[in-house]
Design a protein around this ligand. Structure first.
Ligand code: WT7
Length: 654
């Protein structure tokens, strides 16, 4: 698989941080350089020092890294912490009246919440959880709009040691049911609905549907009133948020938990089977959130207004909304809606209104906003911005330059952060004081992160620009601990090769002459649609669950804004539909997938065929399907296929 791609475009422009950025940064370039060196020379000593300095421990640790259960690595495992205490209580002396969260709803309602107010809200909710029988280790599913209450619910779970599992509000009832069942959740915290994309999303209806006729473990459903839409409340099971926490005390003792205690489970797609529950720790995870907030985002809690646009339903919304910014005592913006409502100026208006200094979003959003035109950012005062970030997929140099010039006024470093649900925190990203940015590259591994590129045999590839597997050689504190309830799947997915020595990220990457990393895409059947991860198999399973479908194959195809779009080849039971019947079935199948998984998984294109291209042993030739999706000329020899004639039909030529 390792391929030499020197022929592809080489991006040589470099963008160092400005002197004024470096001057105002929390760490000097020399201090950052010293971190890289210390981590290089004394890996465990480095992480030990970081953990001691940056976390308030309920009980100090003596063990740094434990490898007895490798590859289920453990960090600081004889120590105890409370994550909510670290995010809230420890700031109260200095920051009680500082705004922790500036919330803005899609319809324009705003709310400022100080650290003291956040403390009181989290405590009331945590007390209510306890009174209702939620204990340390119980699982609580959170299915909410992107509002401050979602963070309150997460922090309240962390406070009492309950393990939360947030399910993105854009997932369907079916998807929610699977996750609730897998996690064995005792409770669901939700809202009547939320405002998104100019519409209301009826979350409570989906919860009802997910729980219908199902002997699931859920005993209680807590419902926040957000939209005021009519919903059904089931006697004995459902309770309004306000009633739930009524009369509860504003103080709740944070429960110390073991460093390895699962703070949360977050489901993510892989190449096979149902989404897997990525299990994260408490202390190691917290440490990853804090160090990266400081190094990559250089957040100054006394000056910055930080805004990460991700929803709490994704890992970015966990580490860089619910935990990281609070753990460092920052002021952050939380915005409920989408970038295009009421128009493509919304993000820039929010930046102006709240004087955002640090802005973190996905390349897909940047591309969509760039397409809308510069008249939108031109209307707003973006002069408070001093650092920009991207995450989720590679950013094309054109979008990078637009972001740099039009949004950042050519004075803000852009931190392109490579990481994954499983890594817990940024892994490969610039520390802007020391690492110049290059458009399209996530630059270099952070201090204490041992990322390399290897060939099939696990040998490090040192030839510049030669692609290979991206792996992480040494364990790191914020890494995934296991797949919830499935250690074997964890081992098979992340440590399948190289004698179990390296964590396999599932990405292809190359390193240039300067040692900069360039992510080239997934090595597995995982799609990246608008920065969201989708398994092709998940969509295929959804399609074949429809009565009209006999077989389906899903591949990604390049898309100008989404990065990748979903293309489905569908074989029907009976005759291949044509004309109006085909159009109607396309519509129905798109709707069907939306119901089975969620709107994000809707195929952009569905093509009906009589068959799929298969090898003589019956394997679907996905590579060929991908080429067809890209509209490429098929140059490979297809005569060895079981059914070579099908290729022309799939291309629409027959
Ligand atoms: C996959 C992980 C981590 C938060 C969002 C996505 C791709 C992520 C970058 C980047 C190029 C990136 C990778 C990775 N990815 N960040 N800066 N440049 N590709 O989390 O859903 O777990 O997906 O997203 O392919 O493996 P995720």
């Amino acid at each position: 698989m390792s391929q030499n791609i020197e022929s592809t475009l080489v991006e040589n422009r470099r963008f160092p941080a400005s002197e004024s950025f470096i001057h105002n940064a929390q760490h000097s370039p020399e201090q950052i350089q010293a971190l890289y060196e210390q981590a290089e020379n004394d890996y465990e000593g480095f992480w030990k020092e970081q953990a001691e300095a940056k976390i308030d421990w309920s009980k100090p640790f003596s063990s740094v890294l434990s490898t007895e259960r490798a590859p289920h690595f453990e960090w600081f495992n004889d120590g105890e912490v409370n994550v909510s205490y670290n995010c809230i209580d420890r700031h109260l002396e200095e920051r009680a009246h500082q705004t922790a969260i500036i919330f803005e709803g899609e319809r324009g309602d705003t709310r400022h919440i100080t650290y003291k107010e956040l403390h009181d809200e989290v405590c009331r909710f945590a007390n209510a959880l306890k009174v209702n029988g939620i204990q340390k280790g119980d699982r609580v599913v959170i299915y909410m709009p992107m509002i401050a209450h979602a963070v309150v619910a997460m922090q309240a779970c962390a406070r009492i040691g309950a393990t939360h599992s947030v399910v993105f509000g854009g997932f369907s009832a079916e998807a929610l049911r699977d996750r609730v069942a897998d996690a064995g959740a005792k409770m669901i915290i939700t809202a009547d609905g939320g405002f998104r994309g100019g519409k209301t999303v009826r979350l409570k209806d989906a919860v009802d549907a997910a729980l219908e006729g199902n002997p699931l473990s859920v005993e209680k459903v807590v419902v926040l009133k957000r939209t005021g839409d009519d919903i059904e409340m089931k006697e004995g099971r459902d309770v309004w948020w306000d009633e739930f926490e009524a009369g509860m005390s504003n103080y709740c003792d944070p429960v110390p938990v073991e460093a390895e205690h699962p703070l949360f489970i977050l489901y993510t797609s892989g190449s096979t089977g149902k989404p897997k529950g990525v299990q994260h720790s408490s202390a190691g995870y917290l440490l990853g959130a804090i160090t990266t907030m400081q190094w990559v985002f250089d957040v100054n809690p006394n000056k910055d207004v930080y805004w990460c646009t991700a929803d709490v339903g994704w890992i970015t919304g966990h580490t860089y909304v619910a935990y990281g910014p609070l753990a460092v005592g920052a002021t952050q913006v939380i915005y409920e809606g989408v970038p295009m409502v009421p128009d493509a100026g919304r993000f820039w208006k929010v930046c102006e209104d709240h004087k955002v200094t640090t802005f973190y979003t996905a390349p897909t959003a940047i591309r969509a906003l760039m397409k809308a035109g510069e008249q939108f950012p031109d209307q707003y005062d973006l002069s408070a911005l001093r650092l920009l970030g991207t995450v989720g997929e590679p950013i094309n140099p054109e979008a990078w330059m637009w972001y740099y010039e039009k949004i950042g006024a050519s004075k803000c470093p852009i931190v392109d952060t490579w990481w994954q649900t499983e890594t817990g925190a940024n892994m490969i990203a610039p520390v802007p004081q020391t690492t110049d940015c290059k458009p399209g590259s996530c630059t270099r591994p952070l201090p204490g992160i041992d990322a390399i590129i290897v060939d099939e045999e696990g040998n490090e590839i040192t030839t510049p620009n030669q692609g290979g597997y991206l792996v992480i050689r040494k364990p790191w504190p914020s890494m995934i601990r296991t797949v919830w309830n499935d250690d074997e799947r964890f081992q098979n997915t992340y440590y399948p090769m190289f004698d179990g020595k390296y964590y396999l990220a599932g990405d292809n990457a190359r390193k240039d002459e300067d040692g900069y990393f360039w992510i080239m895409g997934r090595t597995d059947d995982v799609l990246n649609v608008s920065g969201h991860r989708l398994g092709t198999m998940e969509i295929e399973s959804a399609l074949v669950a429809h009565e009209a479908v006999a077989e389906a194959a899903v591949v990604g195809m390049p898309h100008e804004v989404k990065g990748e779009a979903v293309l489905a080849f569908v074989i029907c039971k009976g005759d291949r539909p044509e004309g109006e019947a085909a159009d109607a079935l396309v519509k129905e199948l798109r709707e069907w997938v939306s119901q089975q998984i969620g709107p994000i998984a809707k195929p952009d294109q569905i093509r009906f065929a009589d068959n799929l291209p298969k090898t003589r042993s019956g394997k679907i030739m996905r590579r060929l399907l991908r080429s067809i999706g890209k509209g490429e000329e098929i140059t490979s020899d297809i005569s060895t296929l079981e059914n070579p004639a099908i290729v022309a039909q799939l291309q629409g030529k027959a």
